[in-house]
Every structure is written in C-alpha cells, then in structure tokens.
Design a protein around this ligand. Structure first.
Ligand code: ADP
Length: 495
C-alpha cells in the first residue's frame, strides 16, 4: 500500500471558487487575508482561500438579515422555494463527477464513496427537503372559551451554521436543506480543512435561482469566523456539528450574546454489540465497516466493539484478518477503501491514541503505525483485550482504530455500553428478536442500528442523547429547528 500512495492521481478539477459568497457575490476577505487548504494525500497546498473573520461574518449576517426581512425568499410561495431547491438538486446531479473529485481531493475520502454514495445522498437530501417546503403548516386549536385559536409555523429568521470536515457536502445538506425549505436565510461557516465543495454548490444554488443573501458561505477558522457567528447579535438560530468540546464553547457564546437557540451534533463513542448467536463472518464485516468507514472519521463510529465471550476468539482472529486486508491508498484509485486522515493534527492525535492503547496494555493485534512517509495515512489498527477504563475505550479517537472488548451477558453489556458521557448511536448484531428488542430500548442513544450500521436516509432523524448533542437533524424532526410557532387568538363573537 505504501507504493500506491506514492503514485498520485491528479484530479482534473479546476479550483474556481475560493472567495466568500456573500449576497450572491464572490468577495475577498475584508482583511484581504487568505489561508491554505491542503490535499491530505500529500499535505501539499491545493489553493488559497479567503480567510473570514468577524468583519466578513458581519457582512454576511447583514446580507442574510436583509434577505430575510425584505427579500423574496421567506415571502415567496412555498412552491417557488420547493422548485428552486429541486432545480438546485438537478444542477448538483449534473456536476456530480466534478464535485465528487473535489470532495475527495480536499478530504481524502475514497472517490468511489464520494461519487457513488455521498453525491447521490446529497441530491436526495435536497429533494427530500424540497418536498417539505410546501407542507409546513400550523394547527387550529380547540381552546377553552369563545376563541378562535390557530398556530402559524414561521421561519425562525437568520440561521448561523457551523460544519465540520468529515462530510463536507453531507453536512451542508443536513444544515442548509431544512433551513431553506422552511424559508430562513443562512450564513454557513465551513470547516477550515474543507472549504472547496460548499463554495461550488452554493454557486450552483444561485444558478438555480436562489435570491442573493439567502445563502452566504464564509470560509475561515473556528475561534475567529466561527465564534463571530455564534456570538452575533443578529443571528436568530445556531446549528453546529463538531466536537463536544467546541459544542460547549458555541453554546456559551450563543447564551452570552442573544440567547439564540442552538442545535448541536457532537461526538460519540458508540458501542457495536455482537451477541452470542451472531453469524460471526457477517458480524466481523459489519463491525469493521462501522468503525473504519470514512477513515474512522465519523461521530457515530462503532468505536467500542463488544463481543460475547463465546465467539470472542473467532471474532478477533477474523477481525484482524479483515483489517489486514483493508486496502489503503490514493483515494482516487479504484478499490481503495481507506484514504488519508484529514490533516496533520488528526493524524498525530490518532497515533497518540494508538500509543496510549499500547501503554495501557491493550493487545495490539495489527497496525499501529503510519503508512509511507508522505500524507496522513494510518494503518488499519485493531486492539483486543480493551478494558472500559482505558483511554482508547473512553475517548473519541476519530481514526482507523478498532477496540474489541469482551462481555458475558446482556445485562452487563447494557450497563457498560451506557457507561459513557456520549449517546449518539449503537449497533446491535443478533438473530434473536428478544435480544434486539431488549437492547434497542435499554441503550441511551439517538440511533440504534440493528444488523446494519450507518444507514443515513434523509427521512431518518439523527442526533445524540447526553453529551452527543441537542436536537435532531434530518427527517420531520429537523424542521422544528428552523421554525417558530406563533399562537394567534381572536374572540369568536363580535365585540
Ligand atoms: P475538530 O476538532 O474535529 O476540527 P471542531 O469542533 O473544532 O472539530 O470543528 C468543527 C467546526 O467548528 C469547524 O467549522 C471549526 O472551524 C469550528 N470551530 C472550532 N472552534 C470554534 C469556536 N471556538 N467557535 C466557533 N466555531 C469553532
């Protein structure tokens, strides 16, 4: 695999959009500053991007405010908004190959994954939200007394949205889709590692007829641009996806400024529970996918593989064999399952956790090191004999490091699976419907995948219990994040 990393494929995509998109125009940063964005295969610079700070956020908020208060978007018919979003989805579909290449170039994820699953899912998400645009309505309420009472479900206003680098396009869709379908205007702050595809699709949105100021995209760093957005007095709602640590920071900034409501999609340490009746080969494959998918860079990664003691030894041998077979290399090559980690910080963090696993006496079954000398490639790594109190069993590693733990009975595994400050997701692998039902109800998590994992249909709500977040995205539940409810009361008889 090391050799494969050396011969790189050059993506045939011109980098056209590097400036902020504010009020329908590409503009330089107010400060004139730029920051580099990198190719994680090599650590080389792809392009220099306008670096946003408080002043750029301010401009973008003004544009979004004006578009909300005066602009056609919230006042347009819902059907017009629906059609604009559908035209956008069609345009993205037309540009899918270029967008998939750009996504892989900037994030390092396998091209086949970008092209065959993420771009189609992006389009699907927007078509799903377009479908909601003209189906949002309130209630008539049978209140006591002689009153006519109704509720209006109105857009919440100007939405600030901060997204991470692990799924740049999918996170764009989860955030921008419901906000625009409900008639809001948006300022999106992309992750500093992956600014490219959001600018490209935002441009397509304007080609599809989105009025200026409705969707503004600002690139830049968290403590500057991100913090300015979270604490802005004229932003009516904040949505954030990222680490639990940063989630606390933005929640505090929102509270200290104007008490804007905040939805948070944060970290996880999801259990993947393999019960004693499981088909071992299938369980190994699914547990492998649950952890290693997207270079292990998923907030919901199945990062604690609990295996029943009766099948533990066989499961371990086969998991190790599977990890050793995992194809790591240039993500543009066919058949490559794993590309590089996103950047040098994440790469070094993953290697530090591997060291910690070794030092805490977990058994390193395979992997444990980088691949090659260039870029941020990490060997698929498997630890066995992992104990609940080890750092690798408690912290989110966000890399290709599988931790396998042994359990004896269902009551015990429920208690251990729940003994974490996180509660994002869980996997359950069993043929027994009673075991599945017991676990599904006992696990304190936002998603339980039974005999499957990482199923991300547009209609399925996603979000966390406990310190994995606040609120839900996708599905019907995501609309509440972007709507206000107005109660309207009037007497029934003439005064
Ligand atoms: P990671 O550590 O994986 O990069 P973060 O939670 O720090 O995850 O980043 C997720 C998003 O939050 C990125 O867009 C990042 O720029 C932004 N961010 C980071 N720090 C702050 C902050 N202090 N205020 C607002 N946004 C931030």
């Amino acid at each position: 695999t090391a050799a494969a990393v050396e011969e790189l494929i050059t993506p045939q995509v011109p980098i056209t959009y590097t400036k902020h998109l504010i009020n329908g125009q590409f503009v330089d940063a107010a400060s004139g500053k730029k920051f580099p964005t990198y190719d994680p295969r090599t650590g080389e610079v792809i392009a220099h991007i306008a670096e946003g700070d408080a002043e750029d956020i301010d401009r973008a908020v003004s544009a979004a405010r004006k578009a909300f208060d005066e602009g056609p978007w919230p006042k347009m018919t819902a059907y017009e908004r629906c059609k604009t979003i559908l035209r956008f989805a069609d345009l993205v579909e037309k540009h899918s190959n270029e967008l998939a290449a750009l996504e892989t170039w900037n994030s390092g994820k396998p091209y086949e994954q970008s092209a065959n699953s993420e771009l189609p899912l992006f389009v699907r998400l927007f078509r799903y939200y377009a479908g909601w645009a003209d189906k949002i309505h309130g209630l008539t309420v049978p209140a006591d007394g002689n009153y006519h009472v109704e509720t209006l479900h109105e857009p919440i206003g100007v939405a600030g949205q901060i997204i991470p680098w692990n799924f740049p396009l999918i996170m764009f869709a989860w955030k921008v889709g419901p906000a625009l379908a409900c008639g809001n205007t948006v300022i999106l702050k992309t992750a500093e590692q992956t600014p490219l595809t959001a600018l490209y699709v935002a441009k397509l949105f304007h080609e599809a007829g989105l009025p200026p100021g409705v969707l503004n995209v600002v690139s830049g760093y968290g403590p500057t641009a991100g913090a300015a957005l979270a604490s802005h007095m004229d932003v009516d709602k904040l949505a954030f996806t990222g680490s639990t640590e940063t989630g606390k920071v933005v929640l505090e900034l929102a509270a200290k400024s104007n008490l804007k409501p905040v939805t948070l999609e944060l970290g996880g340490k999801s259990p993947f529970i393999v019960c004693e009746d499981a088909d071992v080969d299938q369980a190994v494959e699914l547990a492998h996918f649950a952890l290693f998918f997207n270079q292990g860079q998923c907030c919901c990664a199945g990062s604690r593989t609990f295996v029943h003691e009766r099948i533990y030894d066989e499961f371990l041998e086969k998991s190790k064999a599977r990890a050793l077979k995992r194809v790591v290399g240039d993500p543009f090559k066919k058949g490559v399952e794993q590309g590089p980690q996103i950047d040098v910080e994440q790469f070094e963090k993953v290697l530090r956790y591997i060291k910690s696993g070794i030092e805490s006496n977990a058994t390193l079954e395979c992997g444990g090191d980088r691949i090659g000398s260039k870029g941020f490639f990490v060997q698929p790594t498997v630890f066995s004999n992992v104990q609940d109190d080890m750092l690798i069993a408690k912290d989110e590693i966000f890399g290709p490091v599988q931790s396998i733990l042994k359990f004896k009975d269902i009551g015990e595994v429920i208690q251990r699976a729940n003994a974490t400050r996180y509660g994002l997701a869980a996997g359950v692998f069993t043929k027994n419907v009673h075991t599945a039902n017991t676990l599904m109800r006992a696990l304190r998590v936002g998603t339980v995948w039974i005999n499957c994992f990482d199923v991300f249909d547009a209609a399925i709500p996603f979000g966390g219990y406990k310190m994995s977040g606040i609120g839900r995205e996708k599905g019907i539940y995501s609309l509440n994040n972007y709507l206000q409810v107005k109660a309207v009361v009037s007497p029934l008889k003439n005064p």
